[in-house]
Design a protein around this ligand. Structure first.
Ligand code: PLP
Length: 406
């Protein structure tokens, strides 16, 4: 009886989880795949006995399946520890590759002003500040393609790195157009698709030279991810050294249970994904936005009119109220998990470079709340969150008491 009650409480909290851009709960199918692999296929895939050979075969089957999702050859896939590693590896590799007829020192890397810190900081580390060009975004958070073309006309660009969708705002970048431009100018293109994969259609990502993915953003385990390479880069790519794994392109014992869980999660997403599903979820999120705009005077939805991921809302809370952290604590007490920004900067109190690039001032940044649902989020969960926001707002205004979760 008691067990049953606790299970219900967990389920209740689960549906009030609105921080899926930070990480997602591990899917049931992924958990089962991980457990099976860690129990039966725990051997080192590089060892020579039969048990290890079986793990090696399963790992290669997983590689083939992943490559298939992206319409690529299996040799295009390198397993990594996640998108941070992948992003660092791509930038480091691009900084090492010499441009034809140019000294390496003259070559530039072009990144958008809203890239994840693992791209921004890696670009400065491997290219040097002088050789990093940042593409500005408009007030909706989208990169301007004309600016990119201008940089191409000036020449000497080694690599362009523009993400598919932003982790803080959910704003979708015109990555298909960026890929097309890069092809036209014969420049390598890296797309950090950590927030796109598992939420949106994978079609077209094979036109990028490098694609970063991360399992824990779509129901897999943390510490596992991948890099997809185009034919143009192919076997030439290399990252960390010290072993022959991943065809010599990324040394280190592969985490087969993590890979198996990642594939199970992505397979489920691929099987269940449809335009219709996305449309329904978009409508539920939009209804939530309309309701809180109506009921909380002075609240703003960041990039409201921009193309955005169906799961993400970034709010600027009313100026008449307190800073975001007070809202977050009160929502948490009601059982709702939200964020004050990306998980990486949320704990540090640093101003968000994404908000800064979109023209928000410091006061607005201190009132930002990021809400990111998942596939498990239903219309009634968005309704419950809207109720909770209204309750918190009324309590904060009137110094009133709030109900507590459970
Ligand atoms: N890129 C983007 C767009 C992200 O949202 C994140 C995680 O928040 C990362 C990269 C880093 O991913 P990982 O946690 O797999 O290192």
């Amino acid at each position: 009886m008691k067990l049953n009650f606790n299970w219900l409480a967990v389920m209740k909290k689960f549906n009030h989880y609105f921080d899926c851009n930070a990480t997602t709960p591990v899917n049931e199918v992924a958990r089962a795949a991980w457990l099976k692999a860690i129990t039966k296929h725990w051997q080192n895939p590089s060892s020579l006995y039969r048990g290890a050979g079986q793990v090696r075969n399963l790992l290669e089957e997983a590689r083939l399946e992943l490559a298939d999702f992206f319409d690529l050859e299996e040799s295009a896939v390198v397993f990594t520890s996640g998108a941070t590693e992948t992003n660092n590896a791509v930038i480091e590799y691009a900084a090492r590759v010499e441009g034809v007829g140019d000294a390496r020192e003259d070559r530039l890397v072009v990144i958008s002003a809203v890239e994840h810190p693992s791209v921004r900081e890696a670009a400065v580390k491997h290219f040097g500040k002088q050789r990093v060009r940042e593409l500005a975004v408009d007030e909706r958070g989208c990169v301007r393609l004309s600016e990119l073309e201008q940089l191409f006309a000036e020449g000497k660009v080694s690599l362009v790195s523009v993400m598919a969708a932003n982790n803080e705002t959910g704003v979708i970048q015109p990555w298909q157009e960026v890929a097309e431009l890069c092809r036209q100018y014969e420049v390598l293109y890296h797309c950090d698709a950590a927030q796109w994969i598992g939420k949106m259609d994978l079609k077209g990502l094979s036109t990028c030279d490098f694609v970063s993915g991360s399992a824990h953003k779509f129901g897999g385990a943390k510490g596992v991810g991948f890099l997809c390479l185009s034919e143009a880069v192919g076997s030439g790519f290399s990252s960390q050294v010290g072993g022959p794994q991943e065809g010599g392109r990324r040394a280190g014992t592969e985490d087969f249970p993590g890979v198996a869980a990642m594939l199970a999660a992505l397979r489920e997403r691929q099987e269940q994904w449809s335009e219709q599903q996305v449309g329904r979820r978009l409508a539920e999120r939009t209804a939530f936005e309309r309701r809180i705009i109506e009921q909380l005077t002075g609240i703003q939805v960041v990039a409201e009119d921009a193309p955005r991921l169906w799961n993400t809302v970034m709010l600027v809370l009313p100026a008449a109220g307190p800073k975001n952290i007070k809202w977050l604590i009160r929502l948490d007490r009601l059982g709702f998990a939200v964020s004050t920004g990306s998980a990486c900067s949320a704990g540090k109190g640093n101003p968000s470079h994404v908000m800064e690039a979109m023209g928000l001032d410091f006061d607005q940044m201190s009132r930002v709340l990021r809400i990111s649902g998942g596939w498990q989020t239903k219309g009634e969960d968005w309704d419950a969150l809207a109720d909770a926001l209204v309750e918190v707002w009324e309590a904060l205004q009137g110094g009133g008491r709030m109900r507590r979760d459970g």
